[in-house]
Design a protein. Structure first.
Length: 325
């Protein structure tokens, strides 16, 4: 009744932004991501008859409060599915996702937890089933089941049975790279959960966002299939800008951008004018991720490091899906 799994985080090139069901975590639009090898979570789950509640430690620290609650509520789903509602576990997670890099460590965290817990209980799930389960821990995590590029299909059913990620292209399809640009920006954070809700409920631009997704997906999937970097980069950057525009149309309006966020965006655009193909994308925070190809790694890294307000640049390649150790 013990298993260890490893899952990597992912960066969305077509963003998940908006829920149609908050409890089941069902999105208003499909999204598409690249799994990253540089950032992962390794989780061991041990179910023990003698435990009266779950025990969760993260990076060797005992966790309580909201983070603990999210983990146990998620394990309840798995216990119920396995027909063992009163069997509790010891969960040990190690995060290789520097929080400062601004990646949602919940993506790798919930994917690793879902994989380890189901395996420990002897459940055999297909990748679709694992992705659907993982979605209920954290939406974007359902894409981390797969390596390379994955698409989260929003689904049509009210119970979420058809809302899970599917593989688009494997890890070795294309050596495309991502630089995570860490900024010294300190801002009051609007969580992705709160930001999405406010946008769905109030943003004048939300309908335009949702309506534009199918076309973006068609373009980017064609770009990925043909390894057309300009096409993928242009669509990803534009999609990110549209997502962030919806926050400016919300009531009250908000933005995740800091002045150093803008500085990185402008530098990336200037790199392109100087013949270096690079494109940015930004999640629900101030940090920027920059897409580039291996032959430009040195120049891209050096340019990003020289921007004022940049404290670190962490490079990553395409990563693998969930593995069991
Ligand atoms: O799954 P969450 O709650 O971490 O939301 C992720 C939202 C974005 O990172 C902004 C976009 C995405 O698709 O990952």
């Amino acid at each position: 009744m013990q298993a260890t799994a490893k899952a990597h985080t992912n960066i969305a090139l077509i963003k998940y932004w908006g829920k149609r069901d908050e409890a089941l975590i069902l999105p208003t639009n499909n999204s598409l991501s690249l799994t990253l090898d540089g950032f992962y979570t390794k989780t061991t789950v041990i179910f023990k008859e003698e435990l009266e509640e779950d025990i969760f430690s993260l990076d060797d620290e005992l966790i309580s409060g909201e983070q603990y609650r999210r983990v146990t509520v998620f394990l309840d789903l798995i216990r119920e599915y396995a027909g063992k509602p009163n069997l509790y576990a010891e969960i040990n997670s190690m995060n290789e996702v520097p929080t400062a890099a601004g990646f949602a460590s919940s993506a790798s965290g919930f994917a690793a937890l879902a994989a380890a817990a189901t395996k420990a209980l002897g459940l055999t799930l297909t990748e679709h089933e694992l992705s659907r389960l993982t979605r209920q821990g954290s939406g974007s995590a359902c894409r981390s089941v797969y390596g390379g590029f994955a698409e989260w299909q929003k689904g049509m059913q009210n119970d979420g049975t058809d809302s899970y990620a599917v593989p688009i292209a494997p890890q070795d399809h294309w050596d495309i790279r991502v630089a995570a640009v860490v900024l010294d920006a300190k801002m009051k954070k609007v969580s992705s959960r709160e930001g999405m809700k406010r946008t769905v409920d109030t943003s004048a631009f939300f309908k335009g966002w949702v309506d534009s997704i199918p076309h973006d997906l068609d373009l980017i999937k064609d770009g990925i299939e043909n390894r057309n970097f300009e096409k993928v980069g242009q669509v990803a950057e534009a999609n990110c800008l549209k997502m962030h525009a919806t926050t400016l149309g919300a009531v009250p309006p908000f933005t995740y951008w800091h002045d150093s966020t803008m500085a990185v965006m402008q530098t990336v655009q200037a790199m392109r004018e100087n013949g270096i193909p690079a494109y940015f994308t930004i999640d629900a925070g101030p940090n920027v991720k920059v897409l580039y190809l291996p032959e430009h790694e040195e120049k891209v890294q050096e340019t990003l490091r020289n921007i004022s307000g940049v404290t670190d640049v962490i490079l990553s390649r395409s990563g693998q899906g969930v593995t069991y150790l």
